[in-house]
Design a protein around this ligand. Sequence first.
Ligand SMILES: NC(=O)c1ccc[n+]([C@@H]2O[C@H](COP(=O)([O-])OP(=O)(O)OC[C@H]3O[C@@H](n4cnc5c(N)ncnc54)[C@H](OP(=O)(O)O)[C@@H]3O)[C@@H](O)[C@H]2O)c1
Length: 272
Amino acid sequence: MAWGSKELDITSSARCSELIGALSPLVIINAAAWTDVDGAESNPESAHAVNAIGPKNIAVAAKLVGAIFAHVSTDYVFSGISEVPWEEYDTRGPVSVYGITKAVGEVEVLSEYPEKSYIFRTAWLYSQWGKNFAKTMTRLAFMGDGEVRVVNDQVGQPTSASDLAAQIVNTILAELPFGIYHGTNSGNASWFDFAQKIFELTGESTSRVVPVSSAEFVRPAKRPAYSVLGHGAWKSAVESGYPVEVMREWQLALAGEMPGIIKMVQDETRTD
Ligand SMILES: NC(=O)c1ccc[n+]([C@@H]2O[C@H](COP(=O)([O-])OP(=O)(O)OC[C@H]3O[C@@H](n4cnc5c(N)ncnc54)[C@H](OP(=O)(O)O)[C@@H]3O)[C@@H](O)[C@H]2O)c1
């Protein structure tokens, strides 16, 4: 069962309790969020309602039926001021309204229902579906032969949405301890590195990708400069003998996803 916002507005505690109570699921995965990072700066109440109150409502409803609750969060709960990966237990320090509301959502879930909740912090998601950086770069790679300017002073982890989905399912099936996990592919990259790899995998010249500073793309919300997430929780689960693996290197995941992304971009371009 997959509910969209039309079926279940997560900002309504009554609707969450009503629908979840009636279905009484074993597991609930919340991927709903206010994800317009810049728009959140001018709509803090709306972002708070979806990103902080929404997960709280689901946690309360999940507790009533005893369901396992998996909540998706973000690297934006951290400040980005670091030179080493953020660990699961590091102190939150968001620098944007979006990040603040997601951080409050985490705290709400962990205070309402710590006994059966997982928080999966992810980042830089891409897939062949919807709109995302990997698809935009693929489209640009095939469009003419001009240069594409991409920031090289923000570092993070390009993450396959399919890998994240599989990791969430495996974690639940393997009955890992509840708590916070960092659901990102391994390694790190700047947006420039990510774009270059995408061009390489499309067969187009990587020299068309030009590194620029984020000062050239001023946006309403501040972005964390360094938001690489450490995988200590997965590593200790592996060492304890749980049947899970740390998520693979981002380059491997991207190479696996690119044929599907290229095909989807070509199909979408034909129907434009
Ligand atoms: N994309 C990334 O790179 C990234 C990075 C870090 C973390 N995340 C986290 O990953 C999760 C999924 O992100 P995404 O990129 O897949 O987001 P997305 O494409 O923007 O999808 C968000 C979904 O939330 C739904 N939604 C919004 N308000 C709702 C409400 N009041 N009640 C119920 N549903 C509501 C939207 O439904 P409608 O379209 O019907 O409004 C939409 O389907 C989020 O928790 C996000 O914070 C994403």
